[in-house]
Ligand binder design. Sequence first.
Ligand code: KIV
Length: 283
Amino acid sequence: MAQQKLTIQDFYRMKAEGQKITWITSYDFPTAQFAEAAGLDMILVGDSLGMCVYGYESTVPVTMGQCILHSEAVRRGAPRTFVVGDMPFLSYQTSTPEAVYNAGRFLKEARVDAVKLEGGVRVAAQIRAIVEAGILVIGHIGLTPQSSGLLGGHKAQGRTAEAARVVVEDARAVAEAGAQMLLVEAVPPEVTGFIARDLSLPVLSIGAGPDCDGQLLIVSDLIGQFQAFRPKFVRRYCNVAEMVTKALGDYCADVRAGRFPAEEHCYRMLPGEQEKFQALMKK
Ligand code: KIV
């Protein structure tokens, strides 16, 4: 039987029942198909596509146009999975009307189920406005890559008591503004655990430990495709870079040695046609 797409109510029920929510990023049609076939609960079309797909040094250059295009492809690949569009840098920071408009574009053009945006207290007004427009919002606090300059780089957050208090304040601001889920990135498990118990909404972790309602990983890290660096919190489940590089090398070797293409890769002429062809060519 085709799987049923989960709703926000399902995620609240899973939290209540202690059933972990599974989430990965995906940026393209085939990977979205694999994710749906594997039974992932959610897919994030993350602005990490800037680094994982386009080779940028950060997520900052990523545009709304790119996010919409990749979200459309993912939606086509995973029609029965809860898909989240990630709001790129400058698509929501400048004003609440712009934030609502851009969040709405994800729904209208890419038919995603929710949007995610980075920040706590400082984006509470935008979250409230987007939710009031009828759009599901997932907050993202802790390490927020779009503002990593302000944070002094891609560093874990909330590692002192005072810094942890700031992360908790952000979590509460996101929840009070009406977000329906929360992603916590690169924060100690003690702090994430406190937030997950403190708030009624489902709290998910990327690099923020197991003591919460689910986990997110970037697919390019999980499958060993992204090569530039590997964050401490990543577990690699296969090494696609090694597999693909080997396959391409084997292909080159076969072509150079005349082993490819072989007989089974050729379209032979229909019976009797070769003789006719030769006769035709002799004229
Ligand atoms: O874009 C993304 O993949 C993200 C994760 C880093 C959480 O926002």
